[in-house]
Structures are given as C-alpha cells and as structure tokens.
Design a protein around this ligand. Structure first.
Ligand SMILES: Cc1cc2nc3c(=O)[nH]c(=O)nc-3n(C[C@H](O)[C@H](O)[C@H](O)COP(=O)(O)OP(=O)(O)OC[C@H]3O[C@@H](n4cnc5c(N)ncnc54)[C@H](O)[C@@H]3O)c2cc1C
Length: 648
C-alpha cells in the first residue's frame, strides 16, 4: 500500500514473544521459558498499575500476592467503582457443564471466528484455556454466580455461539466479579503490599533510557501534580468508547492513559474496531449524556421484531402476528436472535433505514418477551432478568412485562487499544497493557461475555506470568525524581494544564465532546464510506484547531476541577478520533465492527478481503507532517482457517 495524504507505511511489527509449535502447549511452554524472579527479589521491585477494574484490580492483587510492591491508581473515589462494575450479562468459560459439546477448542474457534479472523490464534487459544481457571478463582473468592436447583453453576447463551457457556450473577456479573477482585486487592492493601491512590489521574508516562519507569499523576481533589516511579508500568485503563460522546460506558471512561503512552511511542492497534451493541435503550433527546445497555442475555428469551409495513405507528399489541417481521429469525435461521452483535446491530439499522423502525424517530426495534412469559411464566422471567426489566421501566416508563422493550444499537466496547505482544508488553519496554485497554484478543468484533474473560485472564493469569520475564532482566538503575526525563514529563503536564486554563474561550468542553461524538457516529459508526471518512477527518482537524482557541476551562489547577479533567480527556479524544477515521479509511474491507459500505456482498453482508487486510494495523503517533505511520502485524491462521462468517 502506498503512502497517502493521510498516512505513511513503515516496517511491519512482529510479535517476538509469540511461541510456536502445537497450539495446545504454547502457553505452557511460554510460561516455562519465562524467567522467574525469586521471592526475596520481588520485594525490591515496584510495579505501577493504572486502573482498578477487573483487569487492573486482578493484576494488582495478584502481583502483590506474588510479593511485588504495587502502586495502584484510579480516578474514582474507590477502586470498586471502576467501570467494570457495570457489566451485566456474564462471563464465558469452556467448562462444558451443560455437556452440550463445549470445549476449550470450541471457545477458541468461536472467538477467532467471532472476531472475523482479525485476532491472533495463540492469544485466543490461551484465553480459552484460562477461562476455566477464572471461574474457579471467582468461586473460591465467593462470587455468587447463579446456580441451578441442584447447586451447580448455571449457564446461559450469548450471541455468536450455539452452546451455553456464559456464567452470570443475575444482571450484575461485573459487579460481583469486581467485588471479588476488590476484596483480593483490599487484602493486599491491608497487608501493605499495595499502595492505593484513588482519585488520582495519570496524565503522562515517564520513559527513562527507553523503558517505562513511571507516571505523572494529578491528585484530583487538591490538584497536586506528582511523579511516581517504578520498575514497570501496567496500564489497565479500560476502553475509549466515549470518543462517541454517547455510549454505554461510564461517563468517566476515557483514552488519556493509553493515548499519552501512544504519544510517547507505544503503537496503537486497530483503533477503528468499535463494538456497537444491538440492545440499548434508544436515545431520547439531546439532553442525554449517556446511553443504557440492556444486556445481551435478554436475547436468550426475547424475540426481536419490527412491523412488516413501513411507518406503522400502531401499538405493538395491535400488530397481529402475521404482520410482524422477526427479521433475525428470518434472515439467520440457525442462530436467530443470538447472532453476534455486529450482525444484529446492522440488521436493526437496515430495518430502521427501510422505515420500519418503532418508537420516536423510528430508531428502535422491539425485543419482545411475550412468548417467554407464556412459556416459562412471569416468575421465571423475573428471576432471570428482573433487575434489567426494572431498570428499563425506570428509564422509559414502560413495563416490559406488558409491552415489548424498544432497543437500538449503541457504542459499547472498543476492540482496539495499545498493541501488545504475547507477553502483553507494548512497544515500549516495561509498559504492559491489560484488559480493554489493549487490542489483543477480540479481533474486529467482540463476542458477548468475552471482555470480562479477557480482563480477568490478563490480570489473574497472564500478566503475573509474563511480567516476571521482564522484571528478571533487572535490577534496573534507580531513577531519581530529578532525572531529566522525569522533570520533563512533569513539565509537559504542568504546561498543558496551564494552556487549558489560559485559553479562556467561549465554548464549553462538553460542547466540543458532543460535536466530536456526532462526527464519529455519523461517519465512523455502524457504516463507513470513503467519502464520509475523508470528510470526518477534515471536520475533526477543524474541531481540534477550534478547541485549542475557543475552549473555556473555568477554575484553577490547584483544586477539584472537573472541567479541567474533561478538557484533557476531550483533547485526547479529538486526536484519537482522527486516528480512528484514518484507520477506518485505510481498511478497504468490511470486517466485524468495521462495515465499509463499498465492501459488501450482493445481499448486504460484510465482505472481508483476507488477501489484502489479514493483519492488525498498529499505528505510530502522527509525525510532524500530520500523518501517522502504519505498521502491519501479519496474522496467520493454522487452525481456524478464514471463511465467510455465516450465521444463516
Ligand atoms: C454497560 C456495560 C455492560 C457490559 N457487560 C459485559 C458483560 O456482561 N460481559 C462482558 O464480558 N463484558 C461486558 N462489558 C464490557 C466490560 O465491562 C469491559 O470491557 C471491562 O469491564 C473493562 O474492564 P477493564 O478492567 O479493562 O477497565 P475498566 O473497568 O473500565 O477500568 C478502568 C480503570 O482504569 C482507571 N483509569 C482509566 N484512566 C485512568 C487514568 N488516566 N488515571 C488513573 N486511572 C485511570 C479507572 O479509574 C478504572 O479503575 C460491558 C460493558 C458495558 C459498558
């Protein structure tokens, strides 16, 4: 691919930590080959972990349990309020408790296929292997997974699979898992092995002699800036879906930690791969700052439909059965309502584009539980989904036991993130990235219930085995707070804060964020085109210029200042948004969450081009000429050969 006006191409990036040989033994062999650090030496080593969600919380607790000294950071007032607490539906594991044909290999197969053949086989196989250990770990911690009458753990199905392998705790799986990880973390805080710093935001990465050696943080209550040093840094800072302004993510989720590392040399992979979740409560007006997810688990029993006729404004109950189109069951008979998220989202968009959407503005489809209530009884439905139904009613004022829910796709998860090798190490030595913040295991599409699995596999099992290999190559020279690189990183943060406060323009930070979100959703959302993406890049560049001349950030730096916090995050989102559009523009194929209108089959399904695009796109930060550099990591498939994904 030639250089273009928008990007240049550099050398390929290679995963040097990747093991070869039979896939079943790769992880075992990598663990055995990794160097160890003896327990007495671990006490002398410090690891910074940014983030206390499932990935960061589990990583910090486990590293401390191993004997390392850990410094943990989060911007919430308590580590257990990380966004992971919002996860509803469940977590996958290849336990095969249902004896329905599941296995490590099947989970591996489903996940590679579900990711539309854009993830590494080795990583995904390891994920499937570790999935079974996660459940044992969580049960040992007392996580109250749902159980069947006989006492065994219960399972349900999620999209893209034909087996029941999703473990859950009603609609609060993330909350219960996070309480487990948090208790493990608290134990280590109590023992003095973890130093917890809540309400501290990482604003810069410190690199000394080419290695990640610390971070610059701002105390969000007092505004105090400090430099924090360590032997290695782990980023577990979550996803960047809020670049779209409206998403199902918690309002605070942002890209700053990974973006600051990207600016300092860490490659950012597949930024355009965004997961749009099909079952969210439709937007109700411009006052909204957030969208609400209705868990995918609801598609186990809810049936998705729209009226057959266009512009049908009758109430759902007045539309007879033969005038309804259960379009997922019709188009995809073998997976029906449980097709993967990208397919279900696009199908919803298509029927709404045809004028068959329901509710205000015609941007909604029905998710109907009438059949399930008739079949199972209201009590059984309540036991499975009660809290979700209640949440829906509280938000919409409609009772889903009586009338079908209205749902519409919304931004939910970002598969892209910092590029990491098999050891979860970024292109900056000593900088490791876990959970949603890295790009590793989901390819172009994430199957439901697999983010929790990946975050916990990374934190409890993978990182604690691979980081030793890096730390064993120490001891690293002690870094002083007066080191030039440390002073410079701190100065960069102070200058940036001073700049935000000095502009004193006439537009709020939120207004910029909302405008960026609108551009991203319009041109880099569910469907992308060459023309739209080119336009979006121009619009974002203009927005960036306007931001740095017209933004108004009231207040001071040395106090609680939420506008200042948001300004930093939105400035980074604007740059990320441009990179996402460039990534989407360069990928002239449709795959997973990336649907290019120019690349579809005659019946409107996504059309991949494996001959040209079977790689992870890892980007180097914009050069002085304004163009980022593309480094390709070629993907090889020895076990699951790329085929057209068909759920029909
Ligand atoms: C509504 C909803 C429901 C979901 N349900 C499911 C589900 O059922 N199953 C499933 O598998 N997945 C689900 N997901 C996805 C899943 O919840 C997330 O992908 C996952 O929890 C991310 O975990 P994490 O540890 O990587 O990041 P997070 O939980 O987002 O944690 C990020 C942490 O980083 C900290 N942080 C970030 N930036 C900074 C900074 N600059 N300085 C200091 N600290 C920082 C934050 O304070 C926080 O502690 C859901 C997502 C949503 C939005």
């Amino acid at each position: 691919m030639a250089d273009t006006d928008f990007w240049t191409e550099g050398e390929p990036v290679v995963d040097k930590a990747a093991p070869d040989g039979p896939i079943e033994t790769r992880w075992e062999r990598r663990k055995f080959a990794a160097k160890l650090v003896n327990p007495a030496n671990r006490r002398k080593l410090t690891v910074i972990v940014v983030g206390t969600g499932l990935a960061g919380g589990s990583a910090a607790a486990t590293l401390a349990e191993q004997g390392y000294h850990v410094k943990s950071y989060c911007y919430q007032d308590s580590p257990r309020r990380a966004h992971s607490i919002a996860a509803q539906g469940g977590i996958n594991a290849a336990k095969n408790y249902r004896n329905d044909g599941d296995s490590v290999y099947r989970l591996f197969y489903d996940t590679v296929k579900g990711g539309d053949f854009r993830a590494r086989e080795s990583n995904v196989y390891r994920l499937a292997q570790e999935s079974v250990n996660i459940i044992d770990q969580a049960v040992a911690q007392g996580v109250p997974f749902a159980r069947e009458y006989g006492g065994l753990l219960d399972n349900r199905s999620f999209g893209g699979t034909q087996v029941s392998r999703t473990f859950y705790a009603r609609g609060q799986t993330g909350q219960q898992l996070l309480l487990g990880a948090y208790q493990a973390l608290e134990r280590q805080i109590g023992l003095g092995n973890v130093e917890m710093n809540a309400r501290h935001e990482m604003l810069e990465l410190i690199i000394v002699d080419g290695k990640a050696r610390g971070i610059v943080v701002r105390d969000m209550v007092t505004g105090r800036i400090s430099t924090e040093l360590a032997d290695a840094v782990v980023l577990a800072s979550g996803g960047y879906g809020n670049v779209f302004f409206l998403s199902t993510n918690a309002k605070g989720c942002n890209v700053t930690a990974t973006w600051r590392a990207h600016r300092k040399g860490a490659l950012f992979a597949n930024p355009c791969y965004t997961q749009i979740h099909p079952t969210c409560i439709p937007e109700s007006g411009s006052h909204q700052s957030k969208l609400t997810l209705m868990s995918e688990s609801l598609r186990n029993d809810g049936r998705v439909w729209v009226p057959k006729a266009q512009n049908d404004t009758r109430r759902a109950s007045d539309i007879p059965e033969d005038e309804r189109d259960y379009y997922l069951e019709r188009i995809y008979p073998s997976f029906g309502n449980l097709v993967p998220r990208d397919i279900a989202s696009r199908a919803a968009k298509n029927v709404c584009d045809e004028g068959r959407g329901v509710g205000p503005g015609g941007l909604g489809v029905y998710l109907d539980f009438a059949d399930a209530i008739n079949r199972l009884g209201r009590k059984a439905v309540e036991a499975k989904y009660g809290n979700l139904f209640e949440m829906y009613e509280r938000i919409t004022g409609e009772d889903p036991y009586e009338t079908p829910m209205r749902i519409y796709p919304a931004v939910h998860y970002t598969m892209g993130g910092l590029w990491v090798d098999y050891d979860l190490q970024s292109t900056i030595p000593g900088l490791f990235v876990v959970g949603e913040a890295n790009f590793s295991d989901h390819g172009a599409n994430r199957l439901g219930a697999s983010a929790l699995m990946q975050g916990l596999a990374d934190g409890y099992f993978v990182l604690p085995n691979t980081i030793n290999n890096y730390l064993a190559s120490g001891p690293f020279p002690k870094v002083s707070g007066n080191d030039e690189a440390v002073v410079e990183a701190r100065r960069q943060v102070e200058d940036r804060i001073a700049k935000f406060l000095s502009i004193n323009g006439d537009r709020t930070v939120d207004s910029f964020h909302r405008e960026l979100g609108h551009i991203m959703w319009e041109y880099c959302g569910m469907e992308r085109t060459e023309e739209g993406l080119t336009k979006a890049i121009g619009l974002i560049r203009a927005l960036k210029e306007e931001f740095w001349t017209r933004v108004k950030v009231p207040g001071k730096g040395e106090e609680l200042n939420q506008n200042l916090e948001k300004a930093g995050r939105v400035a980074d989102f604007i740059e990320l948004g441009e990179l996402m559009c460039i990534d989407a523009l360069h990928r002239r194929e449709s795959c997973g969450g990336h649907f290019r209108a120019e690349s579809q089959t005659p019946d409107g399904e996504a059309l991949r081009h494996d001959d040209e695009f079977s790689y992870a796109a890892a980007w180097e930060y914009f050069a002085a000429d304004g163009r980022p550099t593309l480094h390709k990591e070629m993907l090889e498939f020895e076990y699951v050969h790329p085929s057209t994904r068909s759920y029909k």
